[in-house]
Design a protein around this ligand. Structure first.
Ligand code: 13P
Length: 279
């Protein structure tokens, strides 16, 4: 069931849980996530870094995601992750994305609002929901974190842009943490209250302790992004399986175990955010 961001996040809002948003990179990671979603009857978001839309890979991957979404018995949204500008947004829309992120978090506040608003206007015209970001979620290699998202600013941002979802900085970062992060759960509650219960997004979901993720979802996070650990699930399995073959191994057969590894990983995250059984 191919659905858009607004619909899938409404489901999460009504059911008080979060949609797991897995970054996918190729057909196999996509297949692993879909298999897990089907098994647990869970709505999921398959999202793609804008880099892939710049390369030929995006041209081939988009139809794979759409085919998977249409064939699935569970709701699946195809989302652009961290769209840096209207150029990437336009290409993602052309490729069929049903959710768009415009990440203006590195811009000054007013410019972030203006850039996000323009994208919301375009996407509204197509019925596609938009995720904005306020409070820049950096990487685990940054020397320090930016100032956490301020609830009053979030209120103004949501009101002026009309976003469907808002990514917030509350203690996470992208990549593999050197030590487990501690999230500002009270701030998540305050942002929810200030923004009239806007769907909040937690980036940097890989390696967040389970109890922290659960508390964040209970506080109002409605989308949890997971990218790094999808890569590890897939690549660790391949690394284990690579032996110097004395004969050709059919690649489709070789890929069965990595697909299964991504599926097993996705099963745990779907249950963690409470999306199992919600489709
Ligand atoms: P991780 O790579 O840390 O899981 O972050 C994913 C993410 O937030 C994608 O936007």
């Amino acid at each position: 069931m191919f659905v858009n961001l607004k619909k899938i996040l409404n489901m999460a809002e009504e059911g008080n849980y979060a949609i797991p948003a897995f970054n996918v990179y190729n057909m196999e990671t996509c297949m692993g996530v879909i298999a897990a979603a089907e098994e647990l009857k869970a709505p999921v978001i398959l999202q793609v870094y804008p880099r892939l839309f710049k390369e030929e890979a995006g041209y081939y991957l988009s139809p794979v995601i759409i085919a998977a979404a249409k064939k699935a018995s569970v709701p699946v949204c195809f989302h652009l992750d961290h769209g840096p500008s209207e150029l990437e947004v336009t290409r993602a829309l052309r490729y069929g994305a049903t959710g768009i992120m415009l990440d203006g978090s590195a811009l000054p506040f007013k410019e972030n609002i203006a850039a996000t608003r323009r994208v919301v206007e375009t996407c509204d015209y197509l019925g596609v929901g938009v995720e904005g970001e306020l409070g820049h979620v950096g990487t685990v290699n940054d020397d320090s974190m930016d100032e956490f998202t301020v609830p009053e600013d979030a209120k103004e941002f949501v009101e002026k842009t009309g976003v469907t979802a808002l990514a917030v900085l509350v203690g996470t970062a992208h990549g593999r943490y050197k030590k487990p992060p501690k999230l500002d759960i009270e701030r998540i509650k305050d942002i929810r209250k200030a923004t009239n219960n806007t769907a909040l997004v937690l980036h940097g979901g890989s390696g967040v302790p389970d109890a922290e993720t659960k508390a964040a979802v209970a506080a109002g996070i409605r989308k949890v992004n997971i990218a790094t650990d999808v890569c590890y699930a897939y690549l660790d399995c391949i690394a284990e399986d690579i032996v110097k073959p004395d004969r050709a191994i059919a690649v489709d057969n070789f890929m069965k175990r990595p697909i299964e590894a991504v599926k097993e990983f996705a099963l745990t995250k779907i249950e963690l955010v409470g999306a199992n059984g919600k489709a």
